[in-house]
Ligand binder design. Sequence first.
Ligand code: NAP
Length: 261
Amino acid sequence: MGRLSGKRAIVTGAGSGIGRASALLFAQEGASVVAVDRVEDAVDETAAMIRKAGGKVLSVAADVSDEAAVNGFVDHCIKEFGGLDVVYANAGISGGMVPLQEQTVAYWQEILAVNLIGPFLAIKAASPHMIKQGKGSIICTASVAGLRANAGGTPYSASKAGVISLVQTVANELYGTGVRVNAICPGLIETGMTKPIFDGARARGTDDKIGQLNPLKRYGLPPEIAQAALFLASDDASYVNGQAIAVDGGLSSTHPFAGRR
Ligand code: NAP
């Protein structure tokens, strides 16, 4: 028996990085997975990997910031798999690093639409079904950038702080329903999003410096975040609610400290 046996799960951003690793792990642990990403080829590739490993999956190309599309993939999961137990609203964009005076309203709106309104829409669409069954787990990917500065651009960081507030407030709005809502705050993870950082450091020959700020003295890999998502998705986390859990090698545990060896 897998830890998600019999559960129906949606994972967004499943065409790459943390979302792909989570979709693979959820399926490996027995969930029927709806894998969502905006690029069809990418999410189809994830679905093919899951099928090859013997898992059950449907792939959907959709924009998580489009309410009709979100309602569509939630309905698709319920229709095809007979219900919905887990939503991992993980898709996100970084927006890069743009100097404050060059940031436009459109730039902010694009990042907030995907990173913050996307999780809101997933929660809005999924929660009525979960409330009806008296149970469900919603997980959102926030970031250490939502905890404090210097882990991303300004709108990115604000969007992730918003995600932390979203899970805290919605967990309470869903008081008494049995639906749990939590966030994961990853540290630096090697994915499509952070590829430019890794590529740049490797090209400069400074890749041994990546991830040295946390006490584990290394960067993280997508399956390490997927394991946290698996825990929150499963009944093992039956009493975990309204939390933002950092999975960051200890990065967010420390004040700035110059005395590293
Ligand atoms: P990734 O490899 O780029 O994966 C994110 C996926 O989401 C991509 O396939 C992306 O497609 C997709 N996506 C973007 N906008 C979308 C939209 N509107 N609708 C549907 N799918 C969309 O990056 P990742 O690092 O795994 O990111 C997953 C989550 O982790 C994000 O929320 C990110 O902010 C968060 N996070 C990452 C790190 C890190 O160090 N990697 C740290 C903290 C938090 P495109 O490639 O086409 O954009």
